[in-house]
Write a protein that binds this ligand. Structure first.
Ligand SMILES: Nc1ncnc2c1ncn2[C@@H]1O[C@H](COP(=O)(O)OP(=O)(O)O)[C@@H](O)[C@H]1O
Ligand SMILES: [Mg+2]
Length: 282
């Protein structure tokens, strides 16, 4: 894997509080990496460190060959696309004028505004004032703003939190297209369904520590238990360990006309998160 982001033993203290406590991960080129954790686990702090807004207390981080000492430099930040909780638009300007300002700032080509608006399906809104847009539309324009200059790495802090399911799905489609164009994406979320759909690799963050990480499917496999659940026509469900002892019962169940369902446990990413961290994702 060619790592675009490498974080080693990262710590961050705010006064006596440890917001991050020895965090390690790598993000491969062209991957979507998800940092998953409940509120207060340190997701935003990690993003802010990697985007040069917050200094680290210990450990190292490297992004696109820049080390953390360079994260405050504009030469570094210009390489990134960032969507954070303080990303904003000028409400009284039109969508196009907002994007024009950022296009100039980043020295992106004129055609990019049309391109990104087409990309998010908002060309018809280009002459509307931002104040008239829905929350979901604003969020999509903020993502446009973040990708105008074709950044190699896109950092998205909770890109879909508090959005309706339809907008969320549109944003997911957008992100998969952006990934398809070769952009590396790091996002945070506490939405496990989102992580399952989008992420090539996820890390579970809890109280400033990463408790496990991997590909969503691999994590789900490694935390599945070994039970087979057999549902009978009467509604009774019996669970059997998948073992030699139960071989006959399970084989018989396959051909038993009183059996209406046989399934194995395959936990969702959310269930895995709960097993690993002992916490719900809220
Ligand atoms: N500027 C700050 N000053 C003091 N404490 C902070 C600051 N930013 C974050 N924290 C603390 O660090 C911890 C992690 O916060 P944060 O990274 O925002 O978590 P998340 O994004 O996962 O909700 C929390 O306990 C939070 O109160
Ligand atoms: Mg946060």
């Amino acid at each position: 894997m060619t790592a675009v982001i490498t974080v080693q033993d990262l710590t961050k203290r705010f006064g006596s509080e440890r917001a991050l406590d020895g965090v390690d991960f790598e993000v491969g080129r062209g991957d979507i990496f998800g940092l998953l954790g409940p509120s207060g686990s340190g997701k935003t702090t990690t993003m802010k460190i990697l985007t040069g807004e917050v200094e680290i207390s210990g450990g190292t981080a490297e992004v696109l060959g820049f080390t953390d000492r360079d994260f405050g430099r504009s030469a570094y930040v210009k390489q990134l696309g960032i969507l954070s909780d303080n990303s904003s638009l000028y409400d009284r300007l039109t969508v196009k004028d907002n994007l024009e300002l950022f296009r100039k700032l980043y020295g992106a080509g004129r055609h990019r505004i049309q391109e990104v608006l087409e990309h998010v399906g908002l060309t018809e809104q280009r002459d509307k004032k931002v104040s008239l847009l829905s929350k979901g539309m604003k969020q999509r324009i903020l993502i446009c703003k973040a990708i105008l200059h074709r950044p190699e790495v896109l950092f998205l802090d909770e890109p879909t939190s508090a959005l309706d399911p339809v907008t969320t799905e549109r944003i997911h489609d957008m992100l998969l297209t952006i990934k398809g164009q070769g952009t590396t994406i790091m996002l945070t979320t506490h939405n496990m369904a989102e992580a399952t759909v989008l992420c090539d690799h996820v890390a579970f963050l809890s109280n400033g520590r990463i408790l496990d990480q991997g590909r969503p499917d691999n994590l789900r496999h490694s935390y599945k238990n070994n039970k087979i659940h057999v549902t009978y026509r009467t509604g009774i469900i019996k669970s059997y360990e998948r073992s030699e002892v139960n071989k006959n019962i399970l084989e018989t169940a396959l051909f038993d006309s009183n059996v209406i369902d046989i399934r194995s446990d395959y936990p969702s990413l959310g269930e895995v998160f709960k097993k690993v961290t002992g916490r719900e994702l809220v």
